[in-house]
Unconditional design. Structure first.
Length: 428
C-alpha cells in the first residue's frame, strides 16, 4: 500500500477519533477542537514527505478554476455569515417560539410544524446553522413542558440534513462538489429539488412511524416565552439573504462567479446593519458575535483534507479507486453515503470529486455523491460535523442519547431516504 494512502487513512482515523471523543485542548479561556489540528498535521506531513510540492499547492489554491478551495470557502462563509447574523438578531428563536405557540397542546401538530419550519429554513440557509440554533431551543422547551425531546430533536436533525440538498448553498459539500464540476444554480436545482422532495417525504413518513406512539400524548404544560428579537435587523438579514439567492441564481448567466456574488452581499448586509446600528442605536456587538460564531475551523480542515487528496491524485490512487465503481448513481450514491460515515462527509466529498474527475463520470454520478454527502449524515454522528455538534448539544442538556441510539434511529430513516432519492435521481 502506498504511503500516501496510509497517511490519508491514519489522518482520517485521527479526525474521526477526535470528533467522536470531542477531543480539545485549552487555549486561554476557550478550548480548541482537535479534529482540524489532526487534519492539518496530516497535511504538513504530506508536504514534508514530498507527497505534495509547494508548486502543487500554489497551483491549486491560486488557480482561476472552479475547484479552487479558497473560492469555495468564501462562498460558504459568506452565506453562513448572513444566517448567523439572523440567528444573532433573534429571528430563529422568535420563529421557534411561534411554532410552539401555534401547536397548542398537540404534540403531533407541534412535530409536523417544527419539521416543516426547519425544512424551509434549511432550504434558504444551511443545515449547520439551523441545527445549532433549534436544538437548544427544542431541548429547553421539552424540559419545561415535560415531554420526550427525542422525536423533536431527531426529527429536526433529519429535516436539516435532508432539505440541505435543495439548493447549492445548503451544505458545504454541495458547494464543493457542484463548483468543482461547474454546475450552475438552476441546473443544480433542476436535479436536486425533486430528489430532495422525495427524500424529505420518505424521511418524514419513517419518522412518523418510528415516533407516532410518543407523539399522541398531549402537552400538558406549554410554557411559551417570547424571545427578544430585532425586527429591523432581522428584516435586513432576510432581504440580503433573499437578494443573494436571486443573484447567485442569475450569476452564471451574466458572467459572475457565485463566490463573488455571495461575498458582496454578505459584506453589504454587515455594512447596512452597522450603519443602521450607528444611526438608530442598538446592540452594536451583534456583528462581532456573528463573526466569532462562524465555523472558522472548517477552513484549515477543508484545506488540509484537500492537500491530502491532492497527494493521492499525484500517486494515481484516486484514479484506481474510480475504476472500481461503475458509472451509475446507485454505485456512487451508496459508496459516498457509506464513505461519509468512515471518513466524514467533507473528506469524502474531496476524495470523490477527484474520483469523479479522473473517471469522467456522468452528471448523475456527480449528483449522487452530493446526495450521499447529505443523507450520509443521518446514519451515524460521524457522517458530518453537524452530527457531532448536535450530539454534543444533546449531551450538554443531560439527555440520554448514545452513539448506538443514533445509529439505531439513523439506519431506519437514512436507508429508505437514500434509496428512494437515488431511485428518483436515476429516472431524471
Amino acid at each position: 500500500m502506498l504511503p500516501q494512502l496510509i497517511l490519508f487513512f491514519l489522518t482520517a482515523a485521527g479526525v474521526i477519533a477526535s470528533i467522536v471523543t470531542n477531543a480539545s485542548l485549552p487555549l486561554g479561556k476557550r478550548r480548541v477542537s482537535l479534529y482540524w489540528v489532526v487534519a492539518l498535521a496530516g497535511a504538513l506531513v504530506s508536504v514534508l514527505a514530498g507527497f505534495v510540492s509547494p508548486e502543487d499547492i500554489r497551483a491549486s489554491f491560486f488557480s482561476n478554476t472552479a475547484v479552487n478551495p479558497l473560492k469555495i470557502l468564501v462562498l460558504f462563509f459568506s452565506m453562513t455569515a448572513i444566517s448567523v447574523f439572523l440567528d444573532e438578531a433573534g429571528f430563529y428563536n422568535h420563529l421557534a417560539s411561534g411554532v410552539v405557540e401555534l401547536a397548542g397542546t398537540s404534540q403531533m401538530k407541534c412535530f409536523f410544524i417544527l419539521f416543516a419550519v426547519v425544512s424551509v429554513l434549511t432550504v434558504f440557509t444551511s443545515n449547520d446553522i439551523i441545527i445549532l440554533t433549534f436544538t437548544p431551543f427544542i431541548l429547553y422547551f421539552s424540559k419545561r413542558s415535560g415531554i420526550n425531546p427525542i422525536p423533536y430533536i431527531f426529527g429536526e436533525f433529519v429535516a436539516a440534513n435532508t432539505w440541505s440538498m435543495f439548493f447549492i448553498f445548503g451544505n458545504p459539500t454541495n458547494i464543493y462538489i457542484s463548483t468543482a464540476f461547474g454546475i450552475d444554480f438552476f441546473d443544480y436545482a433542476r436535479h436536486m429539488v425533486p430528489v430532495t422532495l422525495i427524500a424529505g417525504t420518505a424521511s418524514l413518513a419513517v419518522l412518523f412511524l418510528v415516533f407516532r406512539r410518543s407523539l399522541v400524548k398531549p402537552i400538558e404544560v406549554l410554557p411559551v416565552e417570547q424571545t427578544p428579537w430585532s425586527r429591523s435587523l432581522s428584516g435586513i438579514g432576510l432581504v440580503f439573504l433573499g437578494m443573494s439567492i436571486v443573484a447567485m441564481a442569475a450569476a452564471s448567466y451574466v458572467g459572475f462567479e457565485m463566490w463573488i456574488v455571495a461575498f458582496v452581499f454578505a459584506v453589504a448586509c454587515m455594512a447596512i446593519a452597522a450603519a443602521y446600528l450607528t444611526v438608530r442605536g442598538g446592540d452594536k456587538a451583534i456583528l462581532a458575535r456573528t463573526m466569532k460564531k462562524l465555523p472558522w475551523t472548517l477552513a484549515p480542515f477543508l484545506l488540509s483534507m484537500f492537500l491530502l487528496i491532492l497527494s493521492l491524485n499525484r500517486a494515481g490512487i484516486t484514479e484506481n479507486l474510480a475504476r472500481s465503481l461503475p458509472d451509475n448513481p446507485f454505485a456512487y450514491g451508496l459508496a459516498s453515503f457509506t464513505a461519509s460515515n468512515v471518513i466524514n462527509n467533507i473528506p469524502m466529498s474531496v476524495l470523490f470529486t477527484s474520483m469523479l474527475s479522473s473517471s469522467h463520470a456522468s452528471a448523475a454520478a456527480v449528483y449522487a455523491v452530493i446526495l450521499g454527502s447529505n443523507l450520509g449524515a443521518m446514519l451515524t454522528p460521524v457522517g458530518a460535523l453537524a452530527g457531532i455538534m448536535w450530539l454534543s448539544i444533546v449531551k450538554e442538556h443531560s439527555v440520554k442519547f448514545s452513539f448506538l441510539t443514533f445509529v439505531k434511529y439513523g439506519e431506519m430513516i437514512s436507508i429508505p431516504a437514500v434509496l428512494t432519492a437515488l431511485g428518483c435521481l436515476a429516472v431524471l
